[in-house]
Write a protein that binds this ligand. Structure first.
Ligand code: PLP
Length: 228
């Protein structure tokens, strides 16, 4: 087993079966993705469109690609044909762009709404009250080619477990709100329970405690990233 494969095996033993593992491969070479693929991983997360498209073209077609980074509207067209899930929808303008591009090729695109619950101003996403206002709109009528699977969120970068828990609980509560929003009911791809994408390398056990259904883990699998 390679180091990457050992890391995956260790993480897998800690994940409940209902939690999807997204291996965050951004800034890492395709060869490391192949090592993860060889032990059965199929969900990979990237944060930059160019890198995502390059890897999509080089790697096996049954990989499910997740866009987890900030997405510029002028780059939506490049990923809409193949993307499995866009986690980082942080504005209605982006939602409208995804709708237009998805309609153009007659594809349904699955997304998560990113909500900002952390203390840092630098993080993106809808504010909780903005999200609640958005959910009162007839989203399914307005964006028929966009399927809202759930919510993505990031906790404050801190060692304070109570603060991390506060963030994730807030995201979880908003997901309940999304589920309860009678009309429109965003259609979850996996049946009734919507997706809650919370938890990264340093905080995913807390996220699982708070109801995560999808964790996005990078450095604990692939090692430290060298930003270029
Ligand atoms: C990079 C990134 C991750 C993975 O972070 P690690 O700490 O390396 O596990 C998860 N989610 C998002 C949105 C990211 O940008």
């Amino acid at each position: 087993m390679t180091e990457v494969q050992q890391h995956i095996a260790a993480i897998r033993t800690t994940l409940p079966p209902h939690v999807t593992l997204v291996c965050v491969s951004k800034f890492h070479p395709a060869s490391l993705i192949e090592e993860a693929y060889a032990v059965g991983e199929r969900d990979f997360g990237e944060s930059r469109v160019q890198e995502l498209v390059d890897k999509y073209n080089r790697l096996p077609r049954d990989i499910r690609w997740h866009m987890i980074g900030h997405l510029q509207t002028n780059k939506v067209r490049q990923i809409v044909p193949f993307i499995h899930l866009i986690h980082s929808v942080d504005s209605e303008h982006l939602l409208a762009t995804i709708e237009r591009e998805a309609a153009r090729i007659d594809r349904q695109v699955h997304v998560l709404l990113e909500v900002h619950v952390a203390r840092e101003e630098s993080k993106s996403g809808f504010a909780p009250d903005e999200l609640q206002a958005l959910l009162r709109e007839p989203l399914h009528e307005r964006y028929p080619h966009v399927v809202i699977d759930g919510i993505m969120s990031m906790a404050t970068l801190t060692d304070d477990e109570q603060e991390i828990r506060r963030c994730f609980t807030c995201a979880h509560d908003l997901l309940q709100h999304l589920n309860a929003a009678g009309t429109p009911t965003p259609q979850a791809s996996n049946g009734s329970s919507a997706t809650l994408s919370i938890g990264m390398s340093d905080d995913y056990p807390i996220a699982i405690d708070c109801g995560s259904t999808m964790v996005r883990i990078g450095s604990s699998i692939f090692g430290e990233r060298i930003y270029t």
